[in-house]
Design a protein around this ligand. Structure first.
Ligand code: 13P
Length: 257
């Protein structure tokens, strides 16, 4: 399970922040932060609101920053008012998409079943998926964290082939650590990322398990990133609040080199 085999991925999740003009400014600020620094040790992604995509893609041109979306619908087209398809994202220059974020599960009725449908739609359109899994505080206290993330991972990946899995990153985001300032300890993060890797091993074999990128997310910041990223099973981060501050995001990217 050699960590060196895997590409670290540092992804920002901007959530519902930044207007298009502010998106241009933030991407430019991140570019300025990265200027002259080593960046090839990790893939850098900014997942932005739909309306920011055009500006973010334009601003990121010629830089190591890849642009992602924060959700995608599972149908190709049709009467789904307010939704956005994978083909639409692809045509706008989007490369990554977050699927199954806990905020979508909590506030927008996302289920493991709809996560699975979105994963298929994204992969079929040629997008890379950042699949989010994670337990609630009550579930951690009940001692069922490993079972919860295993269930979420298995259902999300139903019908996904080993070849398609190469375009899937998993983000372990304990719900109690998101936006709360409470980070999982590096050991807690490593333990659950390792458990997810075992689930992938069971489904796709050891080689796939050794190769898949598993991120940690939940109050990752400029101070705690290097300790988290040093852990064997933590191959990157999905970062909310700290990704909106270019200097902090730059420190996290430097920690992943
Ligand atoms: P915070 O980094 O703000 O806790 O958010 C984490 C997250 O939800 C990333 O998807």
């Amino acid at each position: 399970m050699n960590k060196q085999l895997r590409k670290a991925v540092i992804a920002g999740n901007w959530k519902m922040n930044k207007t298009p003009a502010e998106a241009t400014e933030l991407i430019n600020a991140i570019k300025a932060e990265l200027d002259g620094k080593k960046t090839d040790g990790c893939e850098i992604v900014a997942c932005v609101p739909y309306v920011d995509i055009a500006n973010a893609v334009e601003a990121a041109k010629g830089s190591p920053i890849h642009i992602g979306a924060e959700n995608v619908h599972w149908e190709k087209s049709g009467a789904y008012t307010g939704e956005i398809s994978a083909d639409m994202l692809k045509e706008c220059g989007v490369e990554y998409v977050i699927i199954g974020h806990s905020e979508r599960r909590q506030y927008f009725g996302e289920t493991d079943g709809t996560v699975n449908k979105r994963v298929h739609a994204a992969l079929e359109a040629g997008l890379k998926v950042i699949l989010c899994v994670g337990e609630l505080l009550t579930e951690r206290e009940q001692g069922v964290t490993a079972e919860i993330v295993a269930k979420q991972t298995k259902i999300a990946l139903l019908g996904v082939t080993a070849e398609q899995l190469k375009n899937v990153i998993i983000a372990y985001e304990p719900v109690w650590a998101i936006g709360t300032g409470k980070t999982a300890t590096a050991d807690q993060a490593n333990e659950v990322c390792g458990a997810i890797r075992m689930v992938i091993g069971g489904l796709y074999g050891l080689k796939a398990a050794a190769g898949i990128t598993i991120q940690y997310g939940g109050s990752m910041n400029a101070k705690n990133a290097s300790e988290l990223l040093a852990k064997e099973h933590v191959d990157g981060g999905l970062i909310g609040g700290a990704s909106l501050k270019a200097p902090d995001f730059g420190v996290i990217i430097a920690a992943a080199q």
